[in-house]
Design a protein around this ligand. Structure first.
Ligand SMILES: Cc1cc2nc3c(=O)[nH]c(=O)nc-3n(C[C@H](O)[C@H](O)[C@H](O)COP(=O)(O)OP(=O)(O)OC[C@H]3O[C@@H](n4cnc5c(N)ncnc54)[C@H](O)[C@@H]3O)c2cc1C
Length: 531
């Protein structure tokens, strides 16, 4: 069963290696395991629902608790401490468009706010019910998870928007296709959620971001339906898909999405290359992507992230042998790991791999072969489970991300890490590390992880997080990065959006939301403030 207050399936543990407590101690100090509340304690605090009964709406406290928060660090603090100020008044699980239309009509009749809910994997406060007088209905789309049409001639698939990653891929794979969209939250996040948060999958270098994969679909809004056909291209004025992409539930409920699919690849392999310095690897990565070679993944870690990954890998003997081999070949303490993914025809992969490894070699890169790459790909959806184990030892982990142009990547990366280090108050320390997760010919995304100790009081943990998040977000905005490359805006990034869009741009978004949702019913407070 899915954990109600953490990540993933509760039957799947994440075993930290034996050296982890000592490493954590060295990085940030000894953690004190928190006392988390039990589900019964939280359930007892769920207030009565303010919604009148409706056959599609559950007012069960268990349903309402499971939809009260997402996966951001403040969400974890709330769920683990039981300090949850607002619960949705009800949760609905529509089975089709008719149910969604019925729920929109019901919400209008009872003046409820509506929160569309995909997999609840938001890490920026997208699905948290707002406080206020008006009741809140969360609409979970998970029952709308079917493949409705597969046009193998045009390579288009139509799905119910609530389909989660594994269900979507299984339905396509059975027919010889893939979407190729693999965010790390793949296990639970949904197609609708990906579209409206402008998500990016780990192999976006090969398959593209969701913006490119989303061909059309249907949005049901309080003002009516918007149906977008899957034209391969069009010059018929502004592309309304762009309005839906990133709309974060403000315009209505995406009930159906049409996506561009690819035949299953003939072959796929993942390699690790280690560089003697960040600068050398950065040059190689930029050149590879600017050569437009057909890779599906490039993921490049700083020295600290490389050391952290190797230290927590748990295979001390193998890592020791690797480090000896690398140091003999001139790759020492500042080593940086690059993961390269090759996906496609076997002959093309052979040629691309040769070109990529030659180019890496010119920058001092040493190939470690397929072992680390294959291990990473095999465990890529397990890494988030680490957060559960660290929390239980008394540590919080959060991530943040941005994107900027190549000329600015090293500077902005430094500024973000420095801002985080500078925000650790009270004699506390923070362990910060970064990788470039997605690369483009013009620039890259910067993905930073930071780890710190939980405070004895959950509110103090929250204050620590606010200091880190505020400092890093300010550094991103001031340093010329976007406030989000892939996680979206939600509530946590909303205060920074004006700096990026400008007052006119933000006002235009708010005007569009009013056109679709004149009563301000849809997910208020997300994306932009409603004041
Ligand atoms: C461990 C972890 C790893 C992650 N890795 C990645 C990653 O690699 N790449 C990435 O891009 N993101 C990642 N994320 C962030 C998150 O998974 C994405 O933002 C994802 O797209 C959210 O999808 P969801 O279905 O869970 O949406 P939810 O969290 O349920 O909702 C997110 C927003 O979308 C709206 N929404 C959802 N479905 C619909 C719909 N059908 N119609 C209208 N609005 C809707 C909601 O109202 C809300 O505003 C990660 C999160 C976690 C916790």
């Amino acid at each position: 069963m899915r954990r109600w207050n953490g990540w993933g399936d509760d039957t799947i543990p994440y075993h930290l290696p034996a050296n982890a407590p000592a490493l954590l101690d060295e990085w940030v100090g000894r953690g004190a395991p928190p006392r988390d509340v039990t589900p019964d304690e939280v359930l007892a605090a769920v207030p009565p629902s303010r919604l009148p009964a409706h056959p599609l709406v559950s007012a069960e406290p268990g349903d309402r608790l499971r939809h009260a928060r997402g996966q951001s660090l403040p969400d974890w603090v709330a769920l683990r401490s039981g300090r949850i100020p607002v619960f949705p008044d009800g949760v609905a699980y529509p089975q089709g468009e008719a149910d969604v239309a019925e729920l929109l009509a019901y919400a209008a009749a009872v003046d409820a706010r509506l929160i569309p809910y995909g997999g609840g994997t938001s890490v920026v406060g997208h699905i948290n019910p707002p406080p206020g007088e008006r009741s809140v209905l969360t609409v979970n789309l998970r029952r709308m998870n079917q493949l409705r049409r597969l046009d193998s001639v045009s390579q288009l698939a139509t799905f119910g928007a609530g389909v989660a990653g594994p269900e979507l891929e299984a339905q396509l794979r059975a027919r010889g296709f893939t979407l190729g969209h693999f965010p790390q939250s793949f296990e639970y996040s949904t197609l609708g959620g990906w579209v409206v948060t402008r998500s990016s999958g780990q192999q976006s270098l090969g398959y593209g971001r969701i913006e490119g994969l989303f061909a059309g679909g249907t949005l049901l809004s309080p003002a009516g339906a918007l149906r977008l056909p899957p034209f391969p291209a069009s010059a018929a004025g502004p592309d309304l898909r762009q309005l839906l992409l990133g709309s974060e539930g403000r315009l209505g409920i995406l009930t159906e999405a049409i996506v561009r699919i690819s035949p299953l690849p003939e072959h796929e392999e993942f390699h690790a290359v280690f560089f003697p310095s960040f600068a050398a690897g950065l040059t190689a990565v930029r050149q590879i992507v600017q050569n437009r070679w057909p890779l599906s993944l490039l993921r490049f870690s700083t020295p600290t992230e490389t050391q952290t990954t190797l230290a927590l890998a748990g295979h001390e003997r193998v890592i020791g042998l690797l480090e000896t081999m690398l140091s003999v070949r001139g790759v020492g303490g500042e080593k940086c790991m690059l993961l390269c993914g090759f996906t496609g025809r076997a002959a093309t992969i052979r040629e691309t791999r040769r070109q990529v490894l030659d180019l890496c070699h010119e920058q001092g890169g040493v190939s470690a072969g397929r072992r680390f790459g294959e291990q990473w790909i095999a465990g890529r959806f397990r890494t988030p489970y680490l957060r559960n184990s660290l929390w239980e030892l008394g540590y919080a982990v959060d991530t943040l991300e941005t994107a900027t142009t190549w000329d600015n990547v090293p500077r902005l990366l430094e500024q973000i890490e420095a801002a985080l280090r500078g925000a650790a108050g009270d004699g506390e320390r923070v362990h910060v590390f970064t990788h470039l997760s997605h690369v483009y010919p013009q620039g890259a995304s910067i993905y930073t992880t930071y780890l710190f100790r939980l405070a004895a009081d959950p509110d103090a943990t929250l204050a620590r997080w606010q200091a880190f998040k505020g400092a890093a977000s300010a550094a991103i905005v001031a340093g010329g990065g976007t406030i989000s490359h892939q996680h979206g805006v939600g509530r946590d990034h909303a205060p920074y959006l004006a700096a990026e869009k400008g007052a006119l741009g933000l006002a235009a978004l708010a005007d569009a939301a009013r056109r679709f949702d004149p009563e301000g019913r849809m997910n208020p407070g997300v994306l932009f403030s409603d004041e």
